[in-house]
Design a protein around this ligand. Structure first.
Ligand code: NAD
Ligand code: TYD
Length: 352
C-alpha cells in the first residue's frame, strides 16, 4: 500500500481517485482538512476498503510513526502543503510550519521507518515529494523554460517554503540514503480545484455575475497542465524514476493570465450563456500581487526521455472538461464557498 499526504486537496484527491481507478493497491490518506481539504472530493470512495482516510497533521510525529508502523507502506506520496501564493503573502507562518517543518517531520518519520526495513524493503521504498516549478523563480520572455538544472530562486513565501522542503528531501537522500523522488510541476487545473486559484475563481465568479479580478496587466505567463496529467506523471516517476532525481512536469502550454480568462469566458458563453451579455464584461483589472513572478515555463523533456510521459490533454480539451465539471458540480462549489473560504475572500478582496 501507499501513504498519501494531503489527499483531500485538489491534486491529492485527483491522485487518490485515479490511483484506485487503476489499481487495487490500497491508499492511506493523511490530511489535516485545512480550508483546502475537502472530504467531499473523496465521496466516491465512501465504503471502499482500499481507502483509509486519517484526519491528522503531517507535523504530528507520533501519528505518522504509528501510521507507518501499522500500514507499512511501500511508498509515501507527499502532497500536503499550504499552496496558495496570495495566502502566503498575508500569512507566511503556516507555510513554514506545514511545508518546511511538516516535511521535515515526515522525512524523519520516513527515515525511522525505512531503517526498520530489510535490504529488499529498503531498496523498494520511495519517498515521493510533490513540488512546484515556482521554486525556480521568474523567467524573462526570451529565457528557455525551467530545466531540472536551473538554480533555485524562489520569490514568494510559498515558493521559498517549497524550495526549502525540496532541499530537505534532497539532503535526506544524500545524507541518510532515503530513496527519494521529487517532481516539480507547473500550474494545474481541473476538477476539485479550490476557487481561490485563477481558473476556478474565474468560473465561479462569472457564473455568479461577480467581477473577474485580473492582477495588474494580466500578461503574466504560466504553464498549465490538466491535473490528471500531473497525476499520471507522478505515477510514472514513482514507478520508474531514478532515486534521488528530480523531474519537471509540465503541459507545454504557456499562456498569459488574461488569455486564460478570455478562454474561460468564451467557453461559458457557449455552454451557459448569460442573458446579461458576454462574461468577459466582468473582467476587472485589480492591484497586482506583490513580487508577482512574470513567467513560468517547464522543460518537460527529461520525464519524456526517461519515462515516456507526455500530457494526454491539450489546453483546449482540458479546459473544456474543467468548465463542464464546474457546471455539473454546482453543489460542490456551493459547499466550498461556505465558511472559511468566504471569510478569506472578504478580507482579501475588500482592500482591492
Ligand atoms: P491544496 O491546497 O488544494 O491541498 C493541500 C492539502 O493538504 C489539503 O487537503 C490540506 O488539508 C492538506 N494539508 C495542509 N496542511 C496539512 C498538514 N499540516 N498535514 C496534513 N495535511 C495538510 O493543494 P494542491 O493544489 O492540491 O497542491 C498539492 C501539492 O502539489 C502541494 O505540495 C503543492 O505545492 C504542489 N503543487 C501544486 C500545484 C498547483 O497548481 N496546484 C502545482 C505544482 C505543485
Ligand atoms: P494562482 O492560481 O494563484 O497560481 P500561482 O500564483 O501559484 O501561479 O494564480 C495564477 C496566476 O493568475 C498568477 O499569475 C496570479 C493570477 N491571478 C489573477 O490574476 N487573479 C486572481 O484572482 C488570482 C487568484 C490569480
Amino acid at each position: 500500500m501507499i501513504l498519501v499526504t494531503g489527499g483531500a486537496g485538489f491534486i491529492g484527491s485527483n491522485f487518490v481517485l485515479d490511483w484506485l481507478a487503476q489499481s487495487d493497491e490500497p491508499v492511506v490518506n493523511l490530511d489535516a482538512l485545512t480550508y483546502a481539504g475537502n472530504r467531499a472530493n473523496l465521496a466516491a470512495l465512501d465504503g471502499d476498503a482500499r481507502h483509509v482516510f486519517v484526519h491528522g497533521d503531517i507535523g504530528d510525529r507520533a501519528l505518522v510513526d504509528g501510521l507507518l508502523a501499522t500500514h507499512r507502506p511501500r511508498a509515501i506520496v507527499h502532497f500536503a502543503a499550504e499552496s496558495h501564493v496570495d495566502r502566503s503573502i498575508h500569512g507566511p507562518g503556516a507555510f513554514v510550519k506545514t511545508n518546511v517543518e511538516g516535511t521535515f517531520t515526515l522525512l524523519e518519520a520516513a527515515r525511522g521507518f525505512w531503517n526498520t526495513l530489510d535490504g529488499a524493503g529498503k531498496a523498494a521504498f520511495r519517498f515521493h515529494h510533490v513540488s512546484t516549478d515556482e521554486v525556480y523563480g521568474s523567467l524573462k520572455p526570451s529565457d528557455p523554460p525551467f530545466a531540472e538544472t536551473n538554480p533555485y530562486e524562489p520569490n514568494s513565501p510559498y515558493s521559498a517554503s517549497k524550495a526549502a522542503s525540496d532541499h530537505l528531501v534532497r539532503a535526506w537522500h544524500h545524507t541518510y540514503g532515503l530513496p527519494v523522488l521529487t517532481t516539480n510541476c507547473s500550474n494545474n487545473y481541473g476538477p476539485y480545484h479550490f476557487p481561490e486559484k485563477l481558473i476556478p475563481l474565474m468560473i465561479v465568479n462569472a457564473l455568479a455575475g461577480k467581477p473577474l479580478p485580473v492582477y495588474g496587466d494580466g500578461r503574466q505567463i504560466r504553464d498549465w497542465l490538466y491535473v490528471k496529467d500531473h497525476c499520471s506523471g507522478i505515477r510514472a516517476v514513482l514507478a520508474g524514476g531514478r532515486v534521488g532525481e528530480t523531474y519537471n512536469i509540465g503541459g507545454w502550454n504557456e499562456m498569459a493570465n488574461i488569455d486564460i480568462v478570455h478562454t474561460v469566458c468564451a467557453l461559458l458563453d457557449e455552454l451557459r450563456p448569460d442573458p446579461a451579455g458576454p462574461y468577459a464584461r466582468l473582467i476587472t483589472h485589480v492591484t497586482d500581487r506583490p513580487g508577482h513572478d512574470r513567467r513560468y515555463a517547464i522543460d518537460a523533456r527529461k520525464i519524456e526521455r526517461e519515462l515516456g510521459w507526455r500530457p494526454a490533454e491539450t489546453f483546449a480539451t482540458g479546459i473544456r472538461k474543467t468548465v463542464q465539471w464546474y457546471l455539473d458540480n454546482a453543489a460542490w462549489v456551493a459547499n466550498v464557498q461556505s465558511g472559511a473560504y468566504q471569510d478569506w475572500i472578504g478580507t482579501h478582496y475588500s482592500a482591492r
